[in-house]
Structure formats: C-alpha cells, structure tokens
Design a protein around this ligand. Structure first.
Ligand SMILES: CC(C)(COP(=O)(O)OP(=O)(O)OC[C@H]1O[C@@H](n2cnc3c(N)ncnc32)[C@H](O)[C@@H]1OP(=O)(O)O)[C@@H](O)C(=O)NCCC(=O)NCCS
Length: 432
C-alpha cells in the first residue's frame, strides 16, 4: 500500500526494521507528556511490531507518512483488529491506536489521509466497526460518535484504608500461564451481562501480560487472588498511574465482596510501594477503573470513595444496515420477549444526511437498507450518527430526545425503538 499525498509525502504501511526504529523515535516524542522523549511509548510500539508478539496486528495494519526528502517518518496510526460482542453476537472491530504527527507537519491532513487508508483496511479485513479512545471532539471529523462508556472510576485515598487484617484466607500472587483457563472463565463471567464486550482470546492474555516489557507504557500486572490454593479472582494493575493514583483496571471474583474487600484493599495498598518505589508524585490513592457502576462499588462506600464519571469510546459504523443484519438475532430476541412479539412493520429512520430502513416480518428482520439523504416520510429522526448512541445502548431514546431537539418519533415508533434498543451497560476492556 503506497500513495503519495503530495510530491514528497508518501503514505504507506510499515515495511522494514528501519521503519520500526524510526516509528519508535517518532512515538517517543509525539506522545510524550513532556518536552523529553518518553521511551515507555516506544516499548509499546516495539511490542506491537515485534513479529509474532501481537496476536492480530501486522505491519499491513500499521500506517505511516514518510517525508521522502529526508526519509523521515512524520505521522502514523495503526489498526488493531479485535472481536467484540453485541448481546453475545461476535463482530469485528478495528481499534485505531497511536495517532500522531510530528509538530512541524501538523494540520496538513496527514491523519485524515491515514484514516481513509485505515478505514479501507478495516473494510478489507471485514471489520464492520471501528473504535478509538482519544482526544476530545477530534475524531468526530472522521465519522465517529461517542457511543460507549470508557473508564469511569471510584477513587479511594490510601489513608482511608485500615491496617491489613492479621489473618485472611486469601492470597495475592502473580499469574502463571497454567492459570489461564480459570482466569478466562472468570473474565467470561464478568462480561456476561454487558451489551457490548470485548473478547480476549488466550493469545491476547499472553501478549497483554507476558508480551510487554516492564518498561512499556502498556505494561500491566495480572495477579491471581487465591483461597486455599484455588483461584477465586484476579486483579489487573497497569503500569501507568493517573497523577498520584494507582489504577485497578479489572477486578473479577466469584467470592462475596464483603469477604474479600477488607483484605484486598490493605493488600493492594501494601503492594503499591513495592511495585512503584519511584512513583512521582508519590501514590496517594487507588482508582478502581471499573466503569460507571460496578458491583464492588457499594462495598467500597466505607472508605469514603469519590466517583468520577466515564469518558466515552468513539465508534464508527460505516454500514449501519449490514451491522444491524449481523446483530439481528439480538433484536429479534428482544421483540420475541416483548408485547411486540410477531411484529410486522417497516421503520424508516431519517438521519438527515442518510437513513435506515428496517423491515420486520413476524418478528424477524426481513431486510435492512441504508438510505440516501432526502427521505420524504420517516417514522423517526436522529441527527447524523446520534442513532449509534441508541444502537449501542449508550443512551435511552428519551435521553436522546431530551438532548437533541431534532430527534423524535411517534409514540408507536417509540415503543418499537425502546424494545429494539434498550439502554444497557457495556463493558469493553481495552486491547492494544
Ligand atoms: C492530534 C494530531 C494527531 C493531529 O494530527 P494532524 O496531522 O495535524 O491531523 P490532520 O491535519 O490530519 O487533522 C485533520 C483535521 O483536523 C484539524 N486538526 C488538527 N489537529 C486538531 C486538533 N487537535 N483539534 C481539532 N482539530 C484538529 C486539522 O486542521 C484538519 O482540519 P482540516 O481537514 O479541516 O484542515 C496531532 O496534533 C498530534 O500528533 N498531537 C499529539 C498526539 C496526540 O494527541 N494524538 C492523539 C491521541 S488520541
């Protein structure tokens, strides 16, 4: 894949060891929070591009722009293929990551050009959805809408955590490969109720927790929680701290929280200084990065927590009709389990610059089609892309109507849309 954007700016994918070395240099400086390069970023890039290390990312998915006058790499992004589920139905996602341009080359449309290439790559790979976690507003320009919770946390100050209990049946130890079947089962249990979730195949566990150097910005420690030698849960601690807080990226257990938490919190508090002896600023708290609501939160109340609202995933669905076809069994189940069972009805939704027609026959989705701009008679209307918020259970229909005066539908259609697309929490762990 090679394409000149201008006479000297060449858009292509990674081709050589030299490219990887230059990309590492670029990323170390572009993504650094300071004026100094941050080698932890390059460690991550290296983990992504070391042949055979990452389960799904190949050099063909790693885009760059080269200034051919000096053979310098000046801009980059990549696509990490993964599988998510919608009410249990798998679908492919291209996660866009490490989007950056050298300062002197910004605002020349280099990222815009790479997004076009990345979107084409997703189409070629059969990934119907793209997702990105990133800076405010920017990715809206490329057809993305905020449509899933990202993060959300419960903060506890270390000094609110009492002393470690004298005795406890639990133990915390680093994971071993032999633990994986049990850890995977716990993960599957933790996402069973999520509308949208991310599959994490075995190879991804290995990459995530063994394929990153301890110096990588994406290094995460995975600990098994054991009781009488058996694994009863796990906890994931990323390397990166948020200010002076340590992050808990995942906490999954099948023992009751009231038994576990009074031991786990002091245990984590004690683990922190060992893991982060040079933390600057010194760690003062633990952030349970477990979303807007998580079953453990009520059991943290006695530690005077502070809750922080989530940010959001940017989501792109270039062909909504095809995606709706893919998740049709979920929609049909919702109809079958409602007073609308056996629904026979066509719905025309106007998105102002495009639209969607859904034909239901006896409760089955018989057809779904994207429509061009200029719909004369519709059953419901949403500003461009806002429908994605409904589709992914991020906002309820009434929340959308409340926020967007140019969204609306008849009462009868509202009943159908509420049945088809209820608001429902999702839990999408980040695979990168
Ligand atoms: C954000 C960043 C990637 C943009 O790169 P870029 O090559 O300048 O992007 P483009 O020129 O292709 O941007 C496309 C459009 O967005 C505009 N734009 C660029 N940076 C923008 C920003 N931060 N906010 C809003 N719009 C921006 C461009 O002017 C261009 O508009 P136009 O097509 O109407 O002229 C770059 O500033 C960067 O590397 N920042 C530091 C790293 C970073 O924050 N990466 C994102 C992590 S999620």
């Amino acid at each position: 894949m090679r394409h000149f954007i201008t006479d000297n700016l060449l858009l292509r994918t990674v081709e050589s060891e030299t490219d990887i070395r230059k990309l590492i240099d670029l990323c170390n400086s572009v993504f650094s929070d300071t004026e100094q390069p941050d080698p932890r970023i390059g460690e991550w890039v290296s983990a992504l591009l070391t042949p055979g290390n990452h389960p799904t990312l190949t050099q063909d998915n790693y885009f760059l722009v080269e200034d051919t006058t000096g053979s310098e790499i000046v801009s980059t992004l990549n696509v990490i293929p993964q599988t998510w589920t919608y009410d249990g139905i798998p679908f492919g996602v291209g996660r866009i990551e490490l989007v950056g341009t050298r300062k002197e080359y910004r605002r020349q449309g280099l990222v815009r050009e790479q997004f076009k290439a990345a979107h084409q790559r997703c189409a070629d790979l059969g990934l119907p959805v793209q997702g990105i976690t990133g800076i405010y507003w920017y990715y809206r320009q490329f057809g993305y809408e905020y449509a899933l919770d990202l993060g959300g946390r419960c903060h506890i100050a270390l000094n609110m955590i009492p002393e470690t209990p004298a005795s406890s049946p639990f133990n915390l130890r680093e994971w071993q490969p032999a633990d994986l079947p049990r850890l995977e089962a716990l993960y599957a249990f933790s996402i069973r109720k999520a509308l949208v979730a991310c599959q994490r195949p075995t190879e991804h566990w290995h990459y995530r927790f063994a394929g990153q150097s301890p110096q990588s910005i994406q290094k995460q420690w995975l600990y098994a929680i054991t009781q009488a030698g058996k694994i009863v849960g796990y906890v994931i601690i990323p390397l990166d701290c948020w200010g002076s807080s340590l992050r808990i990226a995942e906490l999954v257990t099948d023992v009751p929280y009231p038994d576990l938490i009074p031991w786990l919190l002091p245990r984590l508090r004690d683990e922190i200084p060992a893991r982060f002896p040079d933390a600057d600023p010194p760690l003062k708290g633990i952030d349970f990065h477990l979303g807007r609501r998580y079953p453990v939160y009520p059991y943290l109340k006695c530690y005077q927590p502070v809750l922080h609202a989530p940010y959001a995933w940017y989501i792109r669905v270039p062909d909504p009709a095809a995606f709706i076809h893919q998740i049709a069994p979920a929609l049909e189940k919702r109809i079958a389990h409602s007073p609308l069972a056996g629904l026979t009805r066509s719905l025309t939704l106007d998105f102002y610059t495009s639209g969607l027609r859904l034909d239901f026959e006896e409760g089955r989705l018989a057809a779904a089609a994207n429509l061009p701009r200029g719909i004369e008679k519709s059953d419901g209307r949403f500003p461009p892309l806002v429908f994605l918020q409904l589709l992914f259970g991020y906002r309820s229909l009434s929340q959308i109507f409340h926020s967007f005066p140019d969204a609306g539908a008849s009462l009868e259609v509202c009943t159908i849309l509420n049945t088809l697309f209820p608001r429902k929490p999702s839990w999408v762990v980040e695979l990168y």
